[in-house]
Design a protein around this ligand. Structure first.
Ligand SMILES: Cc1cc2nc3c(=O)[nH]c(=O)nc-3n(C[C@H](O)[C@H](O)[C@H](O)COP(=O)(O)OP(=O)(O)OC[C@H]3O[C@@H](n4cnc5c(N)ncnc54)[C@H](O)[C@@H]3O)c2cc1C
Length: 392
């Protein structure tokens, strides 16, 4: 196999996770300035196709957020649960702002090369990771990839597999219609026939907001169905007629929600990052913060002269919660709807967000579970016992 060039590190895929790794390598250029780094992606032209939201009190990308909120609201069964967060805020970053910031730093770093190419596969040769692309083959001591599902993953089977699919419209209204201090995190008061469904409204200013329609189910909808749902919400819930707003941007996505484990390595010298590295939390789809923690850990280990390690995965008890909830989301969407209602009715939003971040104590988790209907959980434990008790 002909190798065009050898590098210290190759980052294959310059999305949320690949770029977070690049960011941490660049800010530690006193250590990595001498290392040759290649970043490969099919295209480096920044795309305004995603909004990444996360909650944190101390994150390097907080200053890039389009908007941060400390007031959040959830609507369910006609009730409104509103809260002012004490310890962190909910932040949203536009993908193009994030990409521009990191790629601009990369372009001024003499040790970083960007290559537009289609990655076809990864191999291992002479203890190096090899990236096979349509523009040649490249080797490195370490390849960090967020592009291809590892072969072992394709061979494994999920018991419960769902898709979180969504469409968002960023709209600008003629009049001032939004409260920019308060984000509507979830509005469950909508048709629930196709699976657990909610809208959210992230107001960036008094007349600009992102309205997103999200469903957890195993079937995607026709494009027109997402659009008409958003139009309906704008008209009926937000009381906005067609001529009172213009759509600035649309985003669409689908995130896998599965209970099978994702291998950390593609091969001995190719480490998986991001969604293909199993960093997407199966029951929420949130990945952004985990990707940053993982990248930070990789860079810290490299600086200590240690091997980079894959994402360690959720602690066992959180994995069990995810398996149970995923089962209910798929097979008992009605119970799931009630669970979410009770969750927000009887618990602080801040505590729920810490729970989703896997940062609560076991006592806090017991407190949360004591507010929820328990029979569906017993059913899910019974149905999923083979995964829960074997830790698979
Ligand atoms: C619309 C949308 C909104 C989301 N919002 C949130 C959110 O608010 N908060 C959150 O935590 N998570 C969110 N997620 C989930 C998750 O954070 C994102 O999917 C995130 O982009 C995953 O990062 P990644 O690096 O694994 O993949 P990506 O960001 O998709 O990066 C993969 C990169 O690989 C490149 N690539 C792919 N195939 C090839 C190939 N064959 N050759 C070369 N390059 C290739 C792509 O161009 C891309 O740049 C969202 C997902 C979507 C789709």
């Amino acid at each position: 196999m002909e190798i065009q060039q050898n590098f210290d590190y190759i980052i294959a895929g310059a999305g949320a996770s690949g770029l977070s790794l690049l960011y941490y390598l660049i800010i530690h250029d006193d250590f990595f300035g001498e290392k040759n780094i290649l970043v490969i992606d099919s295209a480096f032209n920044t795309k305004a196709d995603k909004t990444w939201c996360f909650w944190d009190h101390d994150h390097p990308f907080m200053p890039l957020a389009d908007k941060s909120w400390n007031q959040l609201t959830v609507v369910s069964h006609g009730l409104e649960f509103q809260e002012t967060l004490d310890n962190f805020e909910y932040h949203c970053i536009k993908s193009e702002v994030y990409q521009n910031r990191i790629l601009n730093s990369a372009r001024t770093s003499t040790n970083v090369q960007l290559l537009e190419a289609n990655i076809q596969k990864f191999e291992l040769s002479n203890k190096k990771g090899i990236v096979i692309t349509n523009r040649g083959n490249f080797s490195a001591d370490w390849v960090f990839q967020s592009v291809l599902k590892p072969p072992e993953f394709e061979e494994s089977v999920a018991d419960t597999s769902l898709i979180q699919h969504f469409t968002g419209w960023e709209v600008e209204t003629v009049e001032q219609r939004f409260d920019p201090d308060n984000a509507l995190l979830m509005d469950f008061d909508t048709n629930q026939e196709g699976g657990l469904t909610f809208f959210y409204v992230l107001p960036f200013s008094e007349n600009r907001a992102l309205i997103e329609y999200t469903i957890f189910s195993d079937q995607l909808l026709d494009k027109g169905d997402y659009e008409s749902a958003i139009q309906f919400y704008l008209e009926k819930k937000l009381r906005l007629q067609n001529n009172q707003y213009q759509v600035l941007r649309k985003e669409h996505g689908s995130i896998p929600m599965e209970d099978r484990r994702v291998p950390g390595y593609y091969n001995q010298k190719v480490l998986n990052l991001g969604t293909v590295g199993g960093l997407t939390k199966p029951t929420t789809g949130y990945t952004f913060t985990r990707a940053h923690h993982h990248s930070n850990e990789i860079v810290n280990r490299l600086m200590l002269g240690k091997y980079p390690e894959p994402f360690s995965g959720s602690p066992y008890r959180y994995r069990v919660y995810d398996i149970m909830l995923l089962y209910l989301l798929k097979y008992e969407p009605e119970s799931s709807r009630q669970i979410f209602h009770d969750l927000f009715q009887y618990n602080r939003i801040e505590k729920i967000l810490r729970f989703l971040d896997e940062k609560t104590t076991f006592t806090e988790e017991l407190e949360i579970f004591s507010t929820l209907p328990y029979t569906p959980f017993f059913r899910s434990i019974y149905r999923m016992k083979h995964r829960i008790f074997t830790g698979a």
